[in-house]
Design a protein around this ligand. Structure first.
Ligand code: NDP
Length: 376
């Protein structure tokens, strides 16, 4: 395939064709929706290292992180990640392209890329420290990219990578679950109706776990349709009380955070290796408000004290879960999708001309799956 790929590159992509400018939605400053700007004058992000893959974007999707990043969330830490040694000519991250999910077609590959060739249909979750997918082209390293499920359109495929990489990283690395160990484990997902929740329900069911979710009453049909075994309507009364009637859990994935963290801990089986994993962490907020060193130290202090407190009081593992780029993990998800075990949950679609409307939709909250932007 590697030999063939070199040949295809010569045929399919002449460098001159891919040089120049592309259209994209960018921000030149942080703020509300008004800062989103359409331009046709962004340089095409060509392959600049041997491991890189350049993708023509067909569809992108939005995550709450895009709305937060538009407002400056995580700016300090992400800037450090983009340019750790401050060697870039420009001190500015602008113009910044948002959009974390991509489904598209490979148009160029670096000389050491072995798994992809021009013409391959791929999907990926773009790390927040890289230029995003609300653009005609995006360039990623091979490791971040995966072949898209054959059964899905680009619009459907774009709804999955970021939440999939997040859920897998949180469940496997922090929650200690995997395909072979999840069978019959009782898992609670708070916020089951959103992007992360709708994906995670299906993944855990494919792994044989028993899945309980909290969500609003009008999302019950959706989450049951995706496989949830037990549903707690948090709008119908105290969710903690409703969960009290149920058997306790082995793992909780908390995608709501805030006050939920206070009461949900008591729903885990004590002294049994049970794990609480939250996706809502103060790390980026702290580094934004206190600076990199103080913010990171404060976050570590908070984490350590919660880990210790929960371990001493009830033998529960307290963990933070994070998105992590992982193409091979998406390969596994791709198989589950093609086996019909995971379905895309696309709540809303917008054309590329209406990216601000897509952000507005996300900002209104009450997601029921994902909001996708058709780019090509
Ligand atoms: P979404 O906006 O897609 O979904 C949130 C869902 O939670 C909505 O369906 C909402 O519906 C529901 N919800 C709100 N309040 C409650 C509540 N009290 N109890 C139960 N459900 C509730 O977000 P995502 O699923 O994409 O992400 C979830 C969280 O995880 C976000 O805070 C996000 O920032 C974070 N995240 C963190 C990552 C990390 O690396 N740490 C990576 C990815 C996400 P309704 O209001 O109608 O009930």
């Amino acid at each position: 395939k590697a030999l063939g790929r070199a040949g295809w590159r010569n045929v399919c992509t002449s460098p001159s064709r891919l040089q120049g400018c592309m259209s994209a939605w960018v921000i030149d400053q942080y703020g509300t929706n008004g800062v989103l700007k359409y331009t046709e004058e962004i340089s095409i992000p060509t392959v600049s290292s041997p491991q890189e893959v350049m993708i023509k974007v067909h569809a992108a999707s939005l995550n709450p992180l895009d709305v937060s990043m538009r407002g400056g969330y995580g700016a300090k830490l992400l800037k450090l990640r983009r340019d750790p040694l401050s060697v870039m000519d420009s001190d500015s991250e602008f113009p910044l392209i948002l959009g974390r999910d991509v489904s598209g077609v490979v148009v160029d590959c670096g000389s050491e890329v072995t798994h992809f060739a021009p013409g391959d249909e791929v999907w990926a979750a773009v790390p927040p420290w890289k230029q995003g997918s609300l653009a005609e082209f995006v360039t990623l390293t091979e490791y971040e990219v995966s072949h898209k499920p054959k059964l899905l359109s680009h619009t459907e495929a774009a709804s999955i990578p970021y939440v999939a990489n997040t859920a897998l990283s949180a469940l496997v690395n922090a929650g200690g679950l995997c395909r072979d160990s999840a069978s019959n484990k009782r898992v609670l997902i708070t916020g089951g109706s959103g992007g992360v929740g709708t994906f995670t329900i299906q993944l855990l069911k494919a792994w044989g776990a028993s899945v309980t979710v909290t969500c609003s009453q009008n999302a019950e049909g959706l989450v049951r349709g995706l496989g949830a075994d037990e549903v707690v309507d948090y709008t119908a009364g105290d969710a903690a009380e409703q969960l009290e009637m149920m058997e306790k859990f082995d793992v909780i994935l908390d995608s709501v955070g805030g006050e939920t963290e206070q009461w949900v801990m008591g729903k885990l089986k004590p002294w049994s290796g049970a794990k609480y994993v939250t996706l809502v962490t103060p790390l980026l907020q702290n580094t934004d408000s206190m600076g990199l060193l103080d913010g990171a130290l404060s976050a570590v202090f908070t984490l350590n004290s919660k880990v210790t407190q929960n371990m001493i009081s009830s033998g529960i593992f307290y963990r933070w879960g994070f998105y992590a780029p992982d193409g091979p993990a998406l390969d596994e998800v791709s198989k589950l999708v093609d086996e019909g075990k995971i379905l895309p949950v696309v709540e809303a679609q917008f054309p590329f001309t209406q990216v601000p409307q897509a952000f507005q939709k996300l900002e209104e909250g009450h997601a029921r799956g994902k909001t996708v932007v058709r780019v090509a």
